[in-house]
Design a protein around this ligand. Structure first.
Ligand SMILES: NC(=O)c1ccc[n+]([C@@H]2O[C@H](COP(=O)([O-])OP(=O)(O)OC[C@H]3O[C@@H](n4cnc5c(N)ncnc54)[C@H](O)[C@@H]3O)[C@@H](O)[C@H]2O)c1
Length: 351
């Protein structure tokens, strides 16, 4: 990938809360002054996981100090297994013990797990305090940090408790992506593949050969911005962001969550493309080209499970409503459409 992108790009998201998303390099060194613009003088509660803490927390704390902030820090063990009621409760207690008030600001530094859980803490503590997202994985930069969905998991399923709460600012420093293990980077590329099928600009960027990662982050967020601005609370258009997610949910479930989310989404996209081709929604040529775009993102992508099993496991998806489930079908690049099908027909549909 080349890196000839201009320094800092800004996307303004106009949802129930309005905020900027900044995309660039070397932004962590200036994070204190960037936060000052949206939070003013206040106390900062920094929430991060142990991996990201070791990599970036000192830099962030130094910049906060240079901007005149007093900051307290909460660190929890990395990974999806931490996104639970227990750690969420610990964050709330930490905020209370440190006398964080309604005028203070929470800063979430890390991947989607940190962002989702810290965001939910910010949404619920004192009925809502300001928060800033500093996403450090590709998945969290292109997807989870923007749009205001916050959540934690319950033993019975992922993201079952949460709230919509828009951040005050999102800062995507793409330099942080350089420390990501390859598999975690590829995981984010699974979500990028989804954007490629939803948005022609992302599709042509990915199919066009070399590109700067900042550009992929920028275009993906800009697509998500358009969706969130039109349908913040997911009553219509935002459902398109679930493209590939119904089979992905089944795949993650069957693997006991050892296949990561973005990788499962990429497998889910292949399944949906196949189903869309078989139903005559896309031509053979388009089908092959779109499969190739997914492959360009994640490489070889072989799903280890049979469709029947995936369909059964997918039925615990919260997008299911009664006897029906909504699947997003592909009719072309940037032409994806929700399709409501009977739960009992899902396996047949996905074959
Ligand atoms: N809110 C939304 O709209 C939304 C959308 C998609 C996904 N999600 C959620 O996002 C979560 C997945 O996010 P994720 O993939 O970022 O997982 P994650 O937060 O668990 O991060 C993956 C791993 O990478 C490590 N890491 C993070 N940044 C790093 C860096 N710069 N260098 C090295 N290691 C780093 C983390 O410590 C962790 O071990 C899931 O819980 C999912 O439900 C939310």
């Amino acid at each position: 990938m080349t890196s000839n992108f201009c320094p800092v790009k800004k996307i303004r998201v106009k949802a129930s809360g309005e905020y900027d998303v900044l995309i660039g390099r070397n932004l962590l060194d200036n994070i204190g002054s960037l936060i000052k613009e949206v939070a003013g003088s206040c106390k900062i509660a920094l929430v991060t996981d142990d991996t990201v803490n070791a990599l970036y927390a000192d830099k962030v704390l130094l910049s906060l100090k240079n901007a005149g902030y007093t900051a307290v820090k909460f660190v929890f063990p990395h990974g999806e297994q931490s996104k639970n009621l227990n750690v969420y409760g610990q964050i709330l207690n930490f905020l209370a013990e440190n006398e964080i008030t309604r005028t203070d600001c929470l800063v979430a530094l890390g991947g989607g797990v940190v962002g989702d859980m810290a965001g939910f803490a910010a949404a619920s503590f004192l009925r809502g305090i300001k928060y800033v997202q500093i996403p450090t994985t590709l998945l969290s930069q292109i997807d989870s940090s923007v749009g205001g969905k916050t959540a934690i998991d319950l033993p019975l399923g992922k993201n079952l408790v949460g709230a919509f709460k828009q951040p005050a600012l999102v800062v995507c420093d793409v330099d942080t992506l350089s420390s990501l293990p390859k598999e975690i980077f590829i995981d984010g590329m699974g979500e990028a593949a989804k954007y490629a099928l939803l948005d022609k600009k992302v599709y042509y960027l990915i199919c066009g050969g070399e590109y700067a990662i900042e550009e992929l982050v920028y275009l993906s967020i800009d697509y998500k911005r358009r969706v969130v601005e039109t349908d913040e609370f997911e009553s219509g258009l935002r459902k398109l962001l679930n493209l590939g997610h119904t089979p992905a949910h089944g795949i993650e479930n069957l693997s006991g969550y050892t296949i990561p989310h973005g990788r499962a989404v990429a497998m889910g996209l292949d399944i949906i493309l196949n189903a869309s081709f078989k139903r005559g929604y896309i031509s053979k040529n388009d089908y092959v080209n779109m499969l190739s775009a997914v492959k360009k993102c994640v490489g070889e992508n072989i799903c280890p499970y049979e469709i029947e099993k995936i369909a059964t496991a997918a039925l615990s998806d919260k997008k299911r409503s009664g006897d029906y489930i909504t699947v997003i079908a592909v009719h072309g690049v940037e032409d994806c459409r929700p399709e409501k099908i009977k739960v009992i027909e899902l396996a047949e549909y996905l074959k």
